[in-house]
Design a protein around this ligand. Structure first.
Ligand SMILES: Nc1ncnc2c1ncn2[C@@H]1O[C@H](COP(=O)(O)OP(=O)(O)OP(=O)(O)O)[C@@H](O)[C@H]1O
Ligand SMILES: [Mg+2]
Length: 477
């Protein structure tokens, strides 16, 4: 089929469709112009589109926007709007005498529909479930993360104005806007994906859009065990930690799997507990029946009306929570979370950006000191020690795999120093021929963790002992 040039004028449907209300003003015959030819080529996948394709598309797009009545189009349902656009584009192709193969025309139609109705060149990436992150650095450069690895794609936007338009469309869905006056914006797509936009003049080379794609089939602890993210015995210890209401901090770098692990741990919360979650963009999916979900709000255009994470956590305390879960602790709410952990809300959890359990603790400490609390360092450390039971460290290794690298307990204060005790560690042994990291989770031989008594209280003492023994045995294997 690619060897034969088909004149689209011959196959284009006639318009308007009987009985349909046209959503366009019509394409004038007088606009007929000399034929534009897209060379028949390999199937026109996103990755093989030529510069010529983009020139032709831009020309057709311009004619479409002139012909279409966007306000009428907005009144149609998605399917009819798509049909309408397809008909008009077919007509433009015929009138302008553009020659292309049927598959090229189909690809172009799909592409243009995505531009007008959806998120343009991002649509094919948004549809791919295996993509974890989409990172657009200006119109000409889009990266994706698949299987822990970042890859450059051939996805391009017509120009920065088109990209900005798409960003604006994304954030306007949740009533926000992004422009020169307010160039930073967080939002959430209808499917739950998390979106961040930073626009010029702050982003020097064009709008930068970052999407953490929402994973419908959230990973479970069983899957993390299967992927080697944690050993089966380590997984068992984590289940017990979740179940016996330890106060937990999950620490890790960007995209290391903190939120995923937090979500897994919440599976072990008893169905009868009242849980309140506070997040910047709701990502957690708790399965329990009694869950209240809260989300922060950025300031409006006048710079007022912001509801911060601290506001939410403080309000939580008046909502009779049994556990409080903070998606990401990054500011003065650290103080309120620690206080909550310390005042009977056992089993509270949060994530923090840090590269080791010790760093997680010092990050919390500086969040509190920088939050304007006039407390001596020792008092803050006393608070830390009496509130946090366990820090779980996650990491994305250089081969893209994600691992739980530490399960660490907070023990106490020696002088002014917080003492910790590692229960389990991930040890890197080397790399195999294909560059994959070889390693193993090791138990550190602590027979009785600090939360032993707590495990006994919840009737989980035997299970904990068994998991720790099995982990010891694995060390020797
Ligand atoms: N153990 C794992 N194995 C494979 N993929 C994982 C694992 N943990 C997380 N992921 C995937 O990695 C991506 C990032 O995970 P997640 O959102 O949990 O990271 P994060 O540390 O919370 O990131 P951020 O710092 O941006 O909030 C998601 O797409 C998630 O599905
Ligand atoms: Mg996260």
């Amino acid at each position: 089929m690619f060897g034969r040039r088909t004149s689209i004028a011959e196959i284009a449907p006639t318009r308007p469709a009987p009985g349909a209300t046209p959503a366009f003003r019509g394409v004038s015959e007088s606009k007929k112009s000399p034929p534009t030819i897209i060379e028949p080529s390999a199937p026109p996948a996103e990755s093989t589109r030529s510069d010529e394709y983009y020139v032709t598309k831009s020309m057709i797009f311009g004619a479409l926007i002139e012909a279409i009545d966007l306000s009428q189009l907005a009144r149609l349902d998605a399917e009819s709007a798509r049909e309408e656009i397809r008909d008009i584009v077919n007509e433009i192709i015929a009138i302008k005498n553009i020659v292309m193969s049927i598959s090229e025309q189909e690809d172009l139609l799909e592409d243009i529909c995505n531009d007008v109705l959806g998120y343009g060149p991002l649509e094919p990436l948004l549809a791919r479930d295996e993509i974890a992150d989409i990172m657009v650095n200006g119109a000409m450069q889009t990266y994706i993360e698949v299987g822990g690895k970042i890859q450059l794609t051939n996805v391009r936007f017509r120009d920065n104005a088109q990209l900005m338009n798409i960003c604006q469309r994304m954030v306007s869905q949740v009533g926000r806007r992004v422009d020169e006056a307010s160039p930073i914006c967080d939002a959430r797509l209808a499917d739950g994906s998390r979106v961040n936009v930073i626009a010029p003049p702050l982003a020097i080379d064009g709008p930068v859009l970052t999407i953490r794609k929402f994973r419908k089939d959230k990973l479970t602890l069983e899957q993390l065990i299967r992927y080697g993210c944690i050993s089966p015995e380590g997984g068992e210890v984590l289940k017990i930690i979740g179940r016996v209401r330890c106060n937990v901090l999950i620490s890790g770098g960007t995209g290391s799997g903190k939120t995923t692990l937090l979500n897994c741990l919440t599976n072990f919360i008893d169905a009868g507990e009242r849980v309140i979650t506070c997040e910047d963009a709701a990502e957690l999916q708790l399965q329990q029946p009694h869950v209240v979900r809260l989300e922060t709000r950025p300031p409006n255009l006048e710079g007022t009306g912001a509801v911060t994470m601290r506001d939410l956590v403080r309000n939580c305390l008046r909502m009779r929570p049994e556990r409080i879960i903070v998606g990401e602790v990054r500011g003065p709410e650290a103080f309120d979370l620690l206080q909550a952990m310390n005042t009977g809300h056992d089993g509270s959890m949060g994530t923090v950006h840090a590269n080791s359990p010790r760093e997680a603790l010092s990050r919390l400490e500086s969040m509190i000191t920088m939050g304007g609390f006039a407390l001596p360092i020792r008092t803050i450390r006393e608070m830390l020690v009496s509130s946090v039971d366990v820090v779980i460290q996650t990491a994305r290794l250089r081969d893209g795999s994600r691992r739980i690298t530490h399960i660490t307990e907070i023990m106490g204060l020696e002088g002014d120093v917080v003492t910790t005790q590692d229960l389990m560690l991930y040890e890197i042994l080397g790399e195999d021929a294909s560059g994959r990291i070889r390693g193993k989770h090791r138990s550190t031989g602590i027979g009785r963790p600090r939360f032993w008594e707590r495990a006994r209280y919840f009737g989980e003492e035997e299970r904990l002992a068994k998991a720790l023994d099995a982990s010891e045995a694995r060390n020797e294997a």
